[in-house]
Design a protein around this ligand. Structure first.
Ligand code: THU
Length: 140
């Protein structure tokens, strides 16, 4: 599996994806950029709903877009979030549901990048963010 990738480029795609978020309720926009094993980037923004629980996070938007188009192998996801119209003030870590969805499709080489800007980011493995997670191997 390819482990080298343009981290700053992926973060830039996540920052751009914030512009596609639909956030009339929280006004907190999140962008995610998912890199496939083939080198394509799928972007997603959070999509809110008047029934708050129906909201879809940016990470899942990007993952579901990719999976629904037949992609199954991924190298990394970059995530950036902050108040609408402003640069991210902090790192936006994926929520628990998104960590679980990432687990479904992430191999050992997968990396999760949380970013404030193209030059200010942190890189994690899924094991660091979801230790002792529940996965398909658990139900074999
Ligand atoms: N949100 C994401 O898009 N990703 C996360 O991992 C955490 C939260 C969104 C959901 C909601 O639209 C807004 O951030 C505030 O919770």
């Amino acid at each position: 599996m390819k482990t080298e990738f343009d981290t700053a480029g992926l973060v830039t795609a996540a920052l751009e994806a914030r512009g596609m978020a639909y956030t009339p309720y929280s006004h907190y926009t999140v962008g995610a950029a998912l890199l496939t094993a083939e080198g394509e980037i799928y972007q997603g923004g959070n999509i809110e709903n008047a029934s708050y629980g129906a909201t879809n996070c940016a990470e899942r938007t990007a993952i579901f877009k990719a999976v629904s188009e037949g992609r199954r192998k991924f190298s990394a996801i970059a995530i950036a979030g902050g108040l609408e119209g402003k640069e991210p003030a902090d790192y936006a870590y994926p929520c628990g549901i998104c960590r679980q969805v990432i687990k479904e499709f992430a191999g050992e080489d997968f990396r999760i990048i949380v970013a404030k800007s193209a030059g200010d980011y942190k890189v994690y493995t899924l094991e660091e963010l979801l230790p002792h997670g529940f996965g398909g191997e658990s139900i074999q």
